[in-house]
Design a protein around this ligand. Structure first.
Ligand code: SAM
Length: 251
């Protein structure tokens, strides 16, 4: 007896939409998403498309109509609830564009709840194209089959961020000058957390002193070598997910 093919097919395209999805509702997909479905994925009537809305979860929909500029989808069934997002923020100093693009993509794949770009004195870049960054994050979430999008903050200056820091949230400061081994610090600290990583030129002495003086900050080491900012961010997020995030099995 041949096995029945899995449904929905793993190859089904996956998209985040702005609308809130409900069973039986139809959605008109237009613009670049319609082009992607009709021209790239070449969907036809009856095909399956996975839709997420960053609110109710992930739905299987079927293509009910494909026009020149619009693809109409009808929601059939909810496949998964929106994921429980680890209460973990990445606060990363802005880096050169392609390197910060990597940070945005990997932070999304690694499951962070929020990405907070930080402006420090030695940042090479001091602004971020919000629309472009949001598209990168959404595409990464679609690719890794997340059912939630990380929040993406507008860039914030380091001193303002420290001033307004929520006191209940651990601020793990990735410090190449030394600190607690990351895995130890992460696994023993309960509750909301964030990882702060510096720019290509690092933090200057005044910034470093201000970070270390903050009551919520804990300096952590990511080993004996000097990592690029993007490497430190990715490594730090991975260690946190493994020690305190959703890579650990259910208790
Ligand atoms: N001071 C560095 C140097 O001498 O080249 C410049 C900063 S490093 C390229 C970028 C950021 O990655 C640092 O600000 C720090 O947040 C983080 N980082 C790099 N290596 C690290 C390590 N071994 N432990 C903890 N954080 C590290």
């Amino acid at each position: 007896m041949p096995a029945t093919p899995a449904w929905p097919p793993k190859s089904a395209p996956r998209l985040f939409i702005e609308d809130v999805i409900a069973g039986g509702r139809s959605f008109a997909i237009e613009g670049p998403q319609a082009h992607y479905l009709a021209r790239v994925m070449r969907v036809g009537e009856g095909d399956t498309v996975i839709l997420c809305d960053n609110a109710t979860g992930e739905w299987a929909t079927t293509v009910s109509q494909v026009d020149k500029r619009r693809v109409t989808l009808k929601a059939i069934e909810r496949l998964r609830e929106r994921e429980d997002v680890p209460d973990f923020w990445l606060c990363a100093a802005l880096l050169k564009k392609d390197r910060f693009d990597l940070v945005l993509e990997k932070a999304t794949e690694l499951g962070v709840g929020k990405i907070r770009p930080v402006i420090t004195r030695r940042c090479v870049a001091d602004k971020l194209n919000a629309d472009r960054a949001s598209s990168l994050v959404t595409e990464a979430a679609e690719q890794c089959a997340r059912t939630a999008l990380p929040e993406l903050d507008a860039p914030v200056k380091l001193d303002a961020m420290l001033r307004d820091w929520p006191q209940e949230r651990h601020l793990f400061f990735a410090d190449e000058d030394g600190g607690e081994p990351a895995a130890d610090a992460f696994c023993y600290a309960e509750g909301p957390a964030a990882l702060l990583v510096g720019p290509e030129g690092g933090f200057d002495d005044e910034e470093r002193a201000a970070i270390r003086a903050h009551p919520a900050s804990v300096a952590i080491s990511l080993g004996p070598r000097i990592l690029r900012g993007e490497t430190a961010a990715i490594a730090g997020m991975a260690v946190w997910m493994a020690e305190a995030g959703d890579w650990i099995g259910e208790e």
